[in-house]
Design a protein around this ligand. Structure first.
Ligand SMILES: Cc1cc2nc3c(=O)[nH]c(=O)nc-3n(C[C@H](O)[C@H](O)[C@H](O)COP(=O)(O)O)c2cc1C
Length: 168
């Protein structure tokens, strides 16, 4: 039987949706992750940083920009070390300044992706996949990288059938 794992990052709280700041009880990416789980029975691993990002959306974007510019590797509360039991690894992420949050870099570069199938889904506010696929290729060496899926954050709730088609 095929075993799947979703590695994801998602930041609940203040977010920018169609031009307005709204408070999301569940992050957009996590909504998509729940659909992936429903369709595939995948295990999930949520990447969480030791240091919380600011509650304020704009402040978070500034912190994240600095992390990207410094090629930072934020410390994580918990790290996965072994994914050998999985055949398919889903990477689910918001688009932060065109790519994955640096916290996902911290996690992904510690894993051995040899022989895995990797499927990437990104939620975004207009930039689509940005440069995530190039970065995923670098971070998941030895994996077969499938076509990525971009979902507009505000459409996360309505993306169920899209996600269903993409996981098949
Ligand atoms: C720090 C930060 C940077 C972001 N940068 C971009 C960006 O460059 N392009 C874009 O389309 N959306 C950007 N967004 C919007 C998020 O990608 C979008 O709201 C996403 O759905 C959030 O997912 P989440 O709720 O799971 O964290 C950014 C959001 C944050 C918090």
């Amino acid at each position: 039987m095929t075993k799947s794992l979703v590695i994801y990052y998602s930041r609940a709280g203040q977010n920018y949706v169609n031009g307005d700041i709204v408070d999301l009880p569940v992050g957009n990416t996590e909504i998509v992750v729940n659909y992936i789980k429903e369709f595939t029975g995948a295990d999930t691993f949520k990447v969480e940083t030791v240091e919380d990002y600011p509650i304020d959306y704009m402040e978070t974007t500034e912190v994240a920009k600095e992390e990207l510019n410094n090629n930072a590797r934020p410390e994580l509360k918990e790290e996965l070390t072994d994914i050998s039991e999985y055949d398919i690894v889903y990477i689910a992420s918001p688009n932060w300044w065109g790519t994955l949050p640096m916290a996902l870099f911290t996690q992904l570069e510690k894993l051995d992706f040899t022989g895995k199938i990797v499927k990437t889904v990104v939620t975004h506010e207009g930039s689509g996949l940005g440069s995530t696929m190039g970065d995923v290729k670098k971070l998941c060496q030895g994996a077969e990288i499938k076509k990525g899926l971009a979902i507009h954050g505000a459409e996360a709730k309505n993306s169920k059938s899209n996600v269903e088609r993409w996981v098949e």
